[in-house]
Design a protein around this ligand. Structure first.
Ligand code: UD1
Ligand code: UDP
Length: 369
């Protein structure tokens, strides 16, 4: 049996690692060791419960309003003895968070090979998304296997000089997670009703949390949401607000008093998928949501200036930045122009067919043999 340590810490990493953990559990030659840094606490636990994952190690690292340097040093400091104790044959990390990069670095210090899930995404601008673009670049340097969601991501890595024999196009396990939830839980009509019980009118779904937008970018986003809500009393805006205090503060200050804006707590993944599925369209800066929405045939306006998910731009996803006027204008167009809306609402899935986790696990099993 080869031991594969799966390390993650935030909500999106948990969603994308869950199908991999299930696939590792089912594999005859591989054994997962699940280690969570708990860079997120509540938002991570929602996902662990849903996918029935009980971590072998929980570092419980989240602190209120943590900063990047202290979080990074805690991850490195606390992970090192765990890696030394378990001596895994390989370590898997996912995406571009502080946990991703610091876990890859800790693995490197212990000379354990690292597999990077969701490899090869780039905007080409180290300030955007911040600090994620740098985390991706550095994690690529540390990884032994690169699991690229698309062939475009693979080409990006090859252009950076990564050996083609260690770059694999596998799809993104976010689609595995989405399909698992759709089939196993949303097919259950009671669960679906509970998930969408809070909304009875047509609504736009919103999420937002990117660090590079903190301050004026977030003020501008919230002003746009307020204007859309006031212009359209016949619809709601439903916004599950990220728990980061830098997000909570401007959102509640600007939007709490607007009667057709519903500010709600972060939703568990099932409820959130149900909310996406029933929405008119989605305004977001999230990476994961840009990957999921095309599968559901939902138009997405991305409140960022740059994207690393270029495939989504052909699948109903459009960049609108954080400018108030642009967000309002683009939203108005989706609300009032059915032809335009329909051109963005075709269900397309550039990120795989739900077999990504199995693909990755098979590659690992073959190379570790
Ligand atoms: C992190 C990732 C980002 C990812 C995002 C997903 C980094 C640098 N950022 O950003 O790439 O897209 O997660 O959501 O790795 N908090 C809670 N409870 C939670 C989660 C967060 O209270 O369950 C609050 C805490 O006060 C915490 C703060 O949010 O200190 C920031 O969390 P952190 O993980 O540092 O940054 P995110 O903005 O969540
Ligand atoms: N999500 C969720 N509940 C919510 C909001 C989002 O489960 O209330 C899911 C969403 O479907 C996606 C992921 O969380 O899979 C995105 O996480 P986040 O926006 O925190 O991070 P990012 O994708 O931007 O890194």
């Amino acid at each position: 049996m080869k031991k594969i340590m799966v390390i993650f810490g935030t909500r999106p990493e948990a969603i994308k690692m869950a199908p991999l953990i299930h696939a590792l559990q089912a594999h005859p030659d591989l054994q997962p060791i699940v280690c969570v840094t708990a860079q997120h606490r509540q938002m991570l636990d929602q996902i662990l419960t849903l996918f029935n994952i009980k971590p072998d190690v929980d570092l419980d690292l989240m602190r209120p309003n943590q900063n990047l340097a202290e979080l990074s040093s805690r991850v490195l400091d606390k992970l090192s003895p765990i890696i030394a104790e378990y001596q895994p044959d390989a370590i898997l990390v996912q995406g571009d968070t502080t946990t991703t990069f610091c876990a890859a670095l800790a693995a490197f210090y212990h000379n354990i090979p690292v597999g990077h899930v969701e490899a090869g995404l780039r905007t080409g601008d180290i300030q955007s998304p911040f600090p994620e673009e740098m985390n991706r670049v550095l994690t690529t340097k540390l990884a032994r296997w690169h699991f690229a969601p698309t062939s475009y991501n693979r080409e990006t890595l090859l252009a950076e000089g990564i050996n083609e024999e260690v770059v694999f196009v596998t799809g993104n396990p976010v689609i595995d997670a989405l399909l698992w939830v759709k089939h196993n839980i949303l097919a259950n009509s009671v669960a679906k009703q509970v998930a969408t019980a809070t909304v009875s009118r047509p609504y736009i779904l919103v999420t937002g949390h990117r660090r590079e937008s903190f301050g004026s970018g977030f003020e501008s986003i919230c002003q746009a949401l307020k204007q859309i809500a006031l212009n359209h009393p016949e619809i709601d805006i439903v916004y599950p607000v990220h728990l980061n205090p830098s997000v909570q503060e401007p959102v509640s200050r600007i939007l709490a008093s607007v009667s057709n804006v519903q500010l709600i707590a972060p939703q568990d993944y099932t409820a959130f998928i149900a909310l996406m599925d029933k929405s008119l369209f989605i305004l977001t800066d999230s990476g994961g949501v840009q990957e999921e929405a095309p599968s559901l045939g939902k138009p997405v306006l991305v409140m960022r200036d740059k994207t690393e998910r270029v495939e989504a731009l052909k699948a109903g996803v459009k960049l609108v930045g954080t400018d108030t006027h642009k967000i309002v204008t683009e939203s108005e167009r989706l609300l009032t122009d059915p032809d335009y809306f329909n051109s963005m609402a075709e269900a397309i899935n550039p990120y795989g067919d739900g077999t990504s986790a199995i693909n990755i696990v098979e590659i690992l099993a073959n190379t570790l043999k």
